[in-house]
Design a protein around this ligand. Structure first.
Ligand SMILES: [Zn+2]
Length: 77
């Protein structure tokens, strides 16, 4: 019985070590997957929390739609 509990604890601490705490520009401390963080650093992608990521993606989508709309207007005239 004891060995089973010890084993579960070891698994839990191993998975907890896969996360790194980062400080985002918005002031939030967030846990990020260490492998994902390494990949972001390799690809020079911004390291940010999920709130900022979602906000950035929605902004990018909005500007994309604006650009597409103005192109349609130009094409119409
Ligand atoms: Zn943030």
């Amino acid at each position: 019985m004891m060995s089973g509990i010890m084993h579960n604890y070891a698994v839990f601490s191993e998975s907890a070590m896969d996360f790194t705490k980062i400080y985002c520009n918005c002031g939030r401390f967030v846990d990020i997957d260490s492998k994902a963080l390494l990949l972001k650093q390799l690809l020079h992608k911004p390291i940010e929390c999920s709130h900022c990521r979602n906000f950035r993606i929605s902004q990018e989508l909005a500007s994309f739609n604006e650009a597409r709309d103005s192109e349609e207007v130009i094409a119409y005239y």
